[in-house]
Design a protein around this ligand. Structure first.
Ligand code: DQA
Length: 148
């Protein structure tokens, strides 16, 4: 059972990027924790970060044939701009949860709209890295993973 975690642009800088907004944990630290949560439930977690919209679209398309059963995605700035990522998620029809570290609704108006939210199983924002952990736990539970 495989869960795919996707991180959009600038999230490779977590830990040093505006830590007061996005927290002090680095992306490798977050991904390592998520892998342990999945492994404890007998599942595999694959993570992928890119600063490029097309690379994220390619990775979403690839999820159709690689055994991915659930996607957790923080599209970062592409949340607010990308019809292409929306269309890719709609095309593969793998259930997904949208995650944001910050509460996008407490921030600038241009961050309030997401091109993905109405397609998502659910949206978690404002809980920092805990949002990823809760999303992975929910994915495992909804897939009926052992120990989830
Ligand atoms: C973000 C929120 C986005 O508005 C922003 O562009 C990001 C990160 C978050 O996790 O809070 O890069 O998705």
């Amino acid at each position: 059972m495989q869960i795919l975690v996707l991180h959009g642009p600038n999230l490779n800088l977590l830990g040093t990027r505006e830590p007061e907004v996005y927290g002090a944990q680095t992306l490798p630290e977050i991904d390592a924790e998520l892998s342990v949560i999945a492994a404890d439930a007998g599942a595999k977690l694959v993570s992928f970060q890119s600063n490029h919209e097309g690379a994220l679209v390619d990775r979403i398309q690839a999820s159709r044939g690689d055994g991915t059963r659930f996607i957790v995605i923080n599209p970062a700035a592409y949340t607010h701009t990308s019809v292409a990522i929306r269309d890719a998620l709609a095309a593969v029809s793998v259930p997904f949860i949208e995650v944001h570290l910050s509460n996008i609704h407490r921030r600038e108006p241009f961050r309030h709209h997401s091109y993905l939210s109405d397609l998502a199983v659910g949206v978690i924002c404002g809980l920092g890295a805990n949002g990823y952990r809760l999303a992975v736990r929910h994915a495992l539970e909804s897939l009926g993973a052992a120990g989830a």
